[in-house]
Ligand binder design. Structure first.
Ligand code: NI
Length: 231
């Protein structure tokens, strides 16, 4: 049986209006959070996408440009499944240490590499290490992307293993949280089913980052976001 995430179409199709968070006249549920996964795609991404599909969950992926080219099938699957896709540079540098021209190159080249796979250029950007300043914001704004950080909470790179990820991620979650995870670690996908179950049992709806902002006018280029709007 086909699920909502499996449209069975053999070529890229535009995500539905729902996936883009366009709900004219419709309120989002009160308690929403967005799961985000950085640094992929990697060899762990396909397993993660299986998990998301099984649990009817959409997420947001911040991709490294060359990884997107190397793992084209995973990126296409994310796109077709209605996951949101953002830019996470070419080589994952500390952008605040680079001259402006290099910042622009990192952002634009990765956007091109992603668009080479999916078609549209991403409208979301996440700076590696969360390292951003006024210059980075200005370049991201010029590239017509929003700067998407994350809510203070989970650190799956410090807490390897399902149980500790679970504890680190879940304890501080609040409505509107943007939850940072990585599909670069073998330990992250196995932790995700329980994460989803616990969040849902607490009444949270799992949405993409654009969906999180759908009822507040959407995300704006060059603006930094750490969490969704308060319900
Ligand atoms: Ni990263």
């Amino acid at each position: 049986m086909r699920t909502q995430r499996d449209n069975g179409v053999g070529r890229p199709t535009a995500p539905t209006a729902h996936a883009l968070g366009a709900h004219p006249g419709r309120q989002l549920p009160e308690k929403c959070v967005a799961l985000t996964f950085d640094d992929g795609p990697t060899r762990y991404t396909a397993a993660l996408l299986d998990i998301l599909e099984r649990s009817h969950t959409r997420a947001t992926f911040f991709l490294i440009g060359p990884h997107a080219r190397r793992h084209r099938a995973d990126v296409l699957r994310e796109y077709r499944d209605g996951d949101a896709i953002g830019d996470h540079t070419v080589t994952h540098p500390h952008l605040t240490l680079l001259p402006r021209s290099r910042i622009a190159l990192q952002i634009d080249s990765a956007a091109q590499q992603i668009a080479w796979v999916t078609g549209p250029r991403p409208a979301l950007f996440r700076p590696p290490f969360g390292a951003s300043d006024a210059r980075v914001q200005e370049v991201v704004g010029t590239a017509r992307m929003a700067v998407v950080m994350w809510s203070p909470s989970p650190q799956d790179w410090k807490h390897h293993g399902p149980t500790s990820i679970d504890r680190a991620v879940l304890a501080p979650v609040q409505p509107g949280a943007i939850i940072l995870l990585h599909d670069r670690y073998a330990t992250t996908p196995p932790a995700v089913p329980r994460l989803i179950d616990v969040l849902r049992s607490r009444g949270y709806h799992l949405v993409t980052v654009p969906e999180l902002f759908a009822t507040s006018g959407g995300l704006r280029s060059g603006i930094v976001y750490h969490r969704g709007p308060s319900p």
